[in-house]
Design a protein around this ligand. Sequence first.
Ligand code: NAP
Length: 468
Amino acid sequence: MSVQTAASSSIKTVNPATNKIEKQFDVMSDQQIEQILAAADAAFQQWKKTPFAERAKLLHNVAAILRDRQDELGKLCTIEMGKLHAEGVGEVQLCADIFDYYADHGERFLADKPLETGIGSAFLSYDPLGVLLSVQPWNFPFYQITRSAAPNIMAGNTMVLKHASNVPQCAAMMERIFIDAGAPVGVYTNLFVPGAKVSQLIGDKRIKGVSLTGSEAAGSSFAAEAGKHVKKSTLELGGSDAFVVLADADLDLAVKTAAMGRLWNAGQVCVSPKRIIVLEDVAEAFIAKARAIYEKIRIGDPLDPSTQLAPLSSEKAAGEIVEQVATAVKEGAKLIYGGHRVDRPGAYMEPTILTGIKPGMAAYAEEIFGPVLCVYAVKDEAQAIALANDSIFGLGGTVFGTDTARAVAVARQIDSGMVYINHTTGIAPELPFGGTKNSGYGREQSPAGIHEFVNEKLIRITTPDAPY
Ligand code: NAP
């Protein structure tokens, strides 16, 4: 794709550490999109017939390239959306692990499944659907596309990917990596289109399944369009994970885990611990300890290995989060620490602690997608569970406590897709990722992730000896 010189394209790299435009890309024309969809559809007709071993080879090749180039790719994440370089490198390593995971296990996950039946025999076969449209956000530029692409390409589908407009170099790079890994033309293709173009793509008859990771607003209109065209969809949307600290928790460890977990990716993680719920009698100590950690946080250049807190993804994002904090304070919340922009170029904001957030305040209900630790004090465990569940979101969550059985009993009562004990909500190729309530539906990663976009086809065998 050619580089644009005019400052008009919505698809561009603006380095959040400097707020300077580094590169711009043309939005694709209707004719280019048509060529891409035709190629993806033609590729599917061949790709679906390839043996699993051939697909696995492609995925292993992708993994190898990711590992070889992890430093450079991590840097690309930093330049486009601001994350710490070490976090970018870690993300690329995780992507390599996910590609290897589906390459190693995909065939087994999609093996025919015999069914118990009274007469004759029956089994399920798992057939790929066709061209999939995947729409992804910027917060993990390589990981988000990986967890969508790896299982689906292993399953025999082909994919067109619309990435967030602020990470175009990562988007183009992933397509390049697939080509370098030996992918036939059309198996994985990047689309440079704005969000407004997505509904037209969903309606295209060659698109057989659609998935979106992003905000609730985008997910809702996306799923409505998919419903209109009767297309299978999955949604991975926002979250406001509760981090429940039980009475028997190791307080120092809980504070450190919550406070530093909230700064991961500058707080721009769907499963960041966004609501810290502690018992009243330890709340003051918890907040003081968290404040002591945040006072020492080194804010700075995300490429500098000593930096602990990177800029947010954009000037707009930083402005919005500071505004959310200011509104919370106006509505009666207490600002314990931070809450302001940092006096340096770039989309920086201070690590922030808020308390006293109550029902009815915007901050109680909204997702805060930045480095803001919101601490709630409750009387007892029952109130902690009720507060954890008083959210439209249900993505992840944490229960902190030394009595594992008790922590698990609390975890069972939390309405979310994932609950981690003594850890912030995490990620592993073999574990399912996804939410409930307004956090969306469907699962990525794990065996479940490869079953989302396949036709579970029943084949039933009866014979003259065993008639139906
Ligand atoms: P966003 O605005 O919804 O953007 C996400 C993607 O959707 C981008 O590619 C965007 O394209 C596209 N898009 C925007 N509006 C659209 C529309 N109306 N129809 C179709 N596509 C549309 O999300 P964001 O605010 O940048 O990302 C942060 C959100 O993602 C947070 O809520 C976070 O919790 C959530 N998230 C969830 C998960 C999960 O697994 N559950 C993971 C990561 C992030 P453009 O960039 O061109 O607008």
